[in-house]
Ligand binder design. Structure first.
Ligand code: HEM
Length: 299
């Protein structure tokens, strides 16, 4: 199975396409019930497709979910979670035995309706074409991902090797999700621990140890800041974003700074302090260089 990044690259789906689709959001939200209504009417008017929706509850639920899918086309956010949602849509159709032919026709209908809307909306031919091409790419990507579930199901039926590979993939995915949960829980626990450390330092200030309390409290606040950065990194990773390694260099930097603060207060052997200060300088330079590179890579 290809990654979503690879698929988007193959279709030359760029940040500019994302921006154009996001621009269409209000226009398409206005027309969503019309487009999805047309799709629904066609499904219900075709005996081969209508037979799946004899149950009113299923009909209403799927109609609602199709509308969410349509609105999502113009969210401007096409990350791994979006990819997973498309895979789930594909798997649901495989499970219920809907032939890919009907999905192709369904997307074709949506495409035609959107084309009519864009044609009426844009006076400028160039703008109209650019928006249309972006939408075409995304609809093709949708169809590609949704129908790939059918191909995979077919390979799985005929190839034992693929079955083993796919079972391994599912297992690794679940294991990775479980580890992510452990990581989030550990980060929450550690952050609470740092808050405890900060409270202890503040109590020290009230006990009259002003200088010591203030400096260690400052150190604890620095660690708390790093913990928050780590949590944000994990959250963005779970949402399918990239992990910046600068945050880990930040952890090393801040913990060393805290160490220096505490050692200075305790007047411990100065030689160790020199080493730590040199380490802070090196880490600082590395942090600055890595951050600069990461910022440049961001779109
Ligand atoms: C533009 C084309 C289509 C889109 C975007 C679409 C989207 C969806 C979505 C989002 C779901 C819910 C998935 C879930 O429960 O997680 C769904 C379910 C389903 N769709 Fe489609 N669909 C399309 C076309 C069709 C067509 C043409 C048929 C023809 C029969 C169809 C039959 C079904 C069935 C049977 C289900 C499952 C119902 C159940 O839960 O029992 N879909 N579809």
């Amino acid at each position: 199975m290809r990654t979503f990044k690879e698929i988007k690259t193959h279709y030359h789906f760029t940040a500019e396409d994302e921006r154009r689709l996001r621009d269409l959001k209000p226009l398409m939200a206005e027309n969503a019930s019309q487009v999805m209504g047309d799709l629904h009417s066609w499904i219900m008017a075709t005996p081969e497709t209508a037979r799946y929706f004899t149950d009113e509850k299923i009909r209403d639920r799927v109609t609602q979910m199709r509308e969410v899918w349509f609105q999502d086309l113009f969210s401007g956010n096409y990350d791994n979670r979006y990819y997973e949602r498309l895979i789930r849509v594909g798997q649901k159709h495989v499970k219920t035995g809907v032939e890919p032919h009907w999905l192709n026709r369904g997307i074709n209908l949506v495409r035609s309706r959107c084309l009519e809307i864009l044609n009426l909306h844009f006076d400028d031919g160039g703008e109209r074409l650019a928006h249309l091409l972006s939408l075409e790419k995304l609809l093709d990507i949708n169809l590609d991902v949704i129908t790939s579930s059918f191909i995979e199901e077919e390979i799985r039926t005929y190839s034992p090797a693929y079955r083993v590979k796919s079972a391994l993939l599912i297992f690794s995915e679940r294991f990775s999700q479980a580890m992510n949960l452990v990581l989030v829980l550990a980060l929450i626990g550690l952050t609470l621990g740092v808050v405890g450390l900060f409270v202890r330092d503040v109590i020290e200030i009230f006990r009259g140890h002003y200088a010591e309390g203030l400096i260690t409290a400052l150190g604890s606040l620095l660690i708390l800041w790093v913990m928050i950065e780590l949590m944000s990194t994990e959250i963005s990773h779970l949402k399918g974003g990239k992990i910046g390694i600068s945050v880990f260099i930040g952890v090393a930097l801040v913990t060393t700074i805290r160490d220096v603060l505490i050692k200075t207060l305790k007047h411990e052997n100065p030689e160790t302090l020199y080493y730590l200060e040199a380490l802070i300088l090196i880490l600082g330079v590395i942090f600055w260089l890595v951050r600069k590179t990461e910022d440049r890579k961001e779109p």
